[in-house]
Write a protein that binds this ligand. Structure first.
Ligand code: FEO
Ligand code: CA
Ligand code: CA
Length: 631
């Protein structure tokens, strides 16, 4: 049914030497399995192999101009010497003129004028040397901090407050004395929340599965929520990606929901938001189609505060992580998209029409195109191979009425089921994707997956080779002939995160570019700067014990893809995740997100200190000598 891939014979830009070692290690694993000598994956008796894995340092990088820092378990931000980290804005700070000051008992109306909670992906839009707009996702809320009652009994007003803390914050920045700061007077300042009206656009718009009592057109929806990571277009718009939308819906009918719900994690209970108790649209029993109106990529024009955001159905419905957009050499827009769930997939969208610099028609480029899903092939243990993009187009690859797909809209609305139908590879939670600035290679974080090799539906495969994968890895691929529209690609594993101190003799040590001074787990946010430094942010275990001993708090690292070297650049406060990154155009200011410090009531008071409750914040990093970050 599917064409065989045509392997691109060109070597990868950097053939990481660790592959040799891992390859040897994997062969050893197969040997052990065959002989029944090892019960757990990745246990190697051979110390020479393990030493090769853990101690063969990559060559010295010319790109990384800072000294890597130690781990931290402190309740603050640490950066390399010569750098400075300042808080730019925190949950509850004023965004719109007239907003009250932050207080835990602020109501919904106040929150709707303030910076949302749990900031995640963000993009910087320059207007002039002195003026810019920062657009930031506000992913979710923590009941224990959002409400003085810690979520004991969530009222209708409480639900509205949480909805106002979700969505997107659009904040003008001005440069004063060489430093960016929030301009609360800014004309473009805006909050987009779970109640902002938006359009549903593209092939699925108006489909019967998207119609509700409140919206018989199936083209108009209230709000966006669980806005995880993001994307930025060259025509000046922002893409916000809806991730765990299922957590806001409950089914009070207590009937079993079918596969099209179950596959998206929709069931009889929500994740403690209680919105369904106060607003019928969040009760699947009352509005069975409302969940179909969430799980999309939303395009926002931050330069027009009156613009209506558009949900772009052509990019498919799943638990979107980010949207890594590039312009292919022929002008077609290509967007790489991760679906962050254990055993879900990696996608690619290709626009029907071409990008033309400055043209108004660019505004509709995400309206129409073709969606694909990745299938990785190769030889077990090689940690590299070929892959192909399988088309998710109605009538092709078994996407037909007899398999449950009556039309293209249903393929997009139920993209996960379509991906299974065509034979996509199950992945270890695809989070962010980033395209190298040379436009030749693409990277995706596979954050971790406790089900890998454990659940029957998620056996070990060529690109997800470690049982329970507690540390995560980053896969890199190169489109054939440098053409992002090509159906085939070549891939390798850029880094296997691991702990060479705790697991010195196993594949859990990680790849050769992991050592005791740069260990981390659960890579999540990634992004490139213009020079090609790969910035890696973590959302992992911060116990600093057991398998995670020596890793400390969540952090941000920086890597040189040419040498594979990785150095720790930043450590975050207690129980936070580091997520979201963007730069000023001169790359002299970097914006980094600190999300959920003190989650689960861990003892954080970041950023205010004292007895203050912890607040997610955007951090601004500069160099004391005014230089380029990382250089
Ligand atoms: Fe919102 Fe997959 O992180
Ligand atoms: Ca994430
Ligand atoms: Ca994550």
């Amino acid at each position: 049914m599917r064409a065989k891939p045509t392997p691109d014979q060109r070597p990868l830009e950097h053939e990481p030497e660790f592959n040799q070692f891992v390859e040897a290690a994997m062969s050893r694993r197969r040997f052990l399995q065959v002989t029944g000598a090892a019960g757990t994956v990745g246990f190697f008796a051979s110390s020479s192999i393990s030493q090769a894995i853990a101690k063969s340092l990559p060559s010295q990088s010319n790109l990384l101009g800072f000294e890597g820092i130690a781990i931290s378990t402190a309740d603050n931000i640490e950066v390399p010497s010569g750098y400075q980290a300042d808080v730019l804005i925190s949950w509850g700070d004023a965004v719109v003129k007239g907003a009250p000051e932050f207080a835990q008992n602020n109501n919904a109306a106040a929150q709707a004028m303030q910076f949302g909670d749990n900031n995640d992906g963000m993009s910087f839009f320059p207007i002039s040397e002195q003026r810019a707009v920062l657009v930031v996702n506000n992913e979710y809320t923590n009941n224990e901090y959002l409400y003085p009652h810690q979520g004991e009994q969530i009222t209708a007003d409480d639900a509205l407050k949480a909805q106002a803390a979700h969505g997107v914050s659009i904040v003008e920045l001005s440069k004063l004395d060489g430093k960016w700061q929030v301009n609360v007077e800014g004309r473009l300042n805006r909050r987009i929340t779970a109640n902002t009206e938006m359009d549903i656009s593209g092939v699925a718009a108006g489909h019967p599965q998207l119609k509700t009592k409140a919206d018989p057109s199936g083209k108009r929806v209230l709000g966006t929520f669980n806005n995880c990571a993001n994307g930025q277009t060259p025509w000046g718009t922002y893409l916000t990606c809806e991730e765990n939308f299922n957590g806001y819906f409950a089914n009070t009918a207590e009937t079993e929901l079918g596969d099209t719900y179950a596959r998206y994690g929709l069931n009889n209970t929500d994740r403690g938001y209680d919105w369904y108790k106060h607003q019928a649209r969040f009760d699947i029993a009352k509005e069975p189609n409302e969940p179909h109106r969430h799980g999309w990529v939303v395009e926002i024009d931050p330069m027009n505060p009156n613009s209506t955001p558009k949900k772009r159905t052509a990019l498919g419905r799943f638990k979107h992580e980010n949207a890594a957009l590039t312009i292919n050499s022929d002008g077609h827009v290509v967007v790489y998209l991760g679906d962050d769930e254990r055993g879900e997939h990696l996608y690619k969208f290709v626009s029907k029409n071409q990008y033309r610099p400055g043209a108004d028609s660019n505004r509709d480029l995400l309206e129409e195109g073709t969606l694909y899903v990745a299938q990785f092939t190769g030889t077990e243990g090689e940690l590299k191979g070929q892959g192909q993009w399988l088309e998710l187009t109605w009538g092709k690859n078994g996407l037909t009425p007899e398999n449950g797909f009556p039309d293209q809209a249903s393929v997009l609305i139920f993209a996960r089921l379509a991906a299974t139908q065509v034979g996509a590879t199950t992945m270890d939670r695809p989070e962010w994707v980033a395209v190298h600035p040379d436009n030749q290679s693409v990277f995706c974080t596979l954050t971790n997956n406790k089900h890998r090799g454990v659940k029957e539906s998620q056996p070990l495969n060529v690109v997800n080779p470690r049982e329970t994968n507690p540390y995560g890895h980053i896969v890199r691929w190169r489109p054939s002939q440098g053409n992002h529209r090509s159906d085939s690609f070549e891939w390798d594993i850029y880094v296997l995160a691991g702990n060479p101190e705790v697991h010195p003799t196993s594949l859990m040590a990680g790849s050769h570019n992991i050592h005791k001074d740069n260990m981390f787990n659960s890579p999540d946010g990634i992004g490139f700067d213009k020079a090609g430094r790969l910035w890696i942010q973590t959302d992992g275990k911060y116990s600093n014990e057991g398998d995670f001993a020596g890793m400390g708090n969540n952090q941000m690292l920086c890597s040189d893809p040419k040498t594979g070297e990785i150095r720790r650049f930043l450590t975050g406060p207690i129980a936070c995740e580091i997520t979201g990154l963007t730069f000023s155009p001169d790359y002299k200011t970097m914006f980094v997100g600190v999300q959920h410090p003190g989650e689960d009531l861990a003892p954080s008071h970041f950023p205010q200190g004292g007895n203050a409750i912890p607040r997610s914040s955007v951090i601004m990093i500069t160099r004391k000598d005014g230089g380029i970050i990382g250089a």
